[in-house]
Design a protein around this ligand. Sequence first.
Ligand SMILES: Cc1cc2nc3c(=O)[nH]c(=O)nc-3n(C[C@H](O)[C@H](O)[C@H](O)COP(=O)(O)OP(=O)(O)OC[C@H]3O[C@@H](n4cnc5c(N)ncnc54)[C@H](O)[C@@H]3O)c2cc1C
Length: 172
Amino acid sequence: MDGNGRALLQFGQKPKIGGAGAAGLATGNRLAPRLEGAEIILLDRRREHLYQPGYMPVAAGLKPPSYTVSSTAEWLSEPLHWIEERAAERGPLAKVITTDTARRLVYDFLVVATGLELDYAAIEGMDLRRIGMNGLGSVYAGLEGAAATWRAMTALVQRRAGSASSSAPLPR
Ligand SMILES: Cc1cc2nc3c(=O)[nH]c(=O)nc-3n(C[C@H](O)[C@H](O)[C@H](O)COP(=O)(O)OP(=O)(O)OC[C@H]3O[C@@H](n4cnc5c(N)ncnc54)[C@H](O)[C@@H]3O)c2cc1C
């Protein structure tokens, strides 16, 4: 234990984290002070960090889209290392990840934090390009969808002089 009561593990090798979104960064930053001597590697090609709960105030017109976007680099504490590549293949027996540039990374521990992919195409008649048109809105279709939802709500209110309400408090 260190002076703050945290468990410190001696760690000579290299854990890898696939995905540097909210989960990957949080895991890496939590592990970093606890794994003495470790070189923790995060793999992600995306440079922007997207604060997804912020899509709601964007869709509600309370915040600009830029409120949700920061850079992955600014969330990396020592000794996290970031490789700007995608994990393309994983060999669980050999404990090797191959990236999209064919780089091979050997790991002893692997955290898979590659997020979710929403399958809007599975909804009959759904077309992501329609979000923001004809009264269709979605905060789960990414930042563009959230901004388009606010544009659609603004147009609706202007046309009908109506109002909207939410049963849950909106984040600030
Ligand atoms: C509108 C909205 C409101 C929300 N509100 C809340 C809330 O109030 N409270 C709450 O707790 N949660 C909330 N959430 C959920 C929360 O935002 C998500 O659960 C969280 O952001 C998911 O983090 P993640 O790291 O799993 O995925 P992501 O943040 O999506 O990150 C996944 C990362 O993996 C990378 N990646 C994908 N494939 C690969 C690969 N092959 N190799 C390397 N990297 C890869 C991607 O580039 C991405 O950077 C909300 C979400 C939305 C959309």
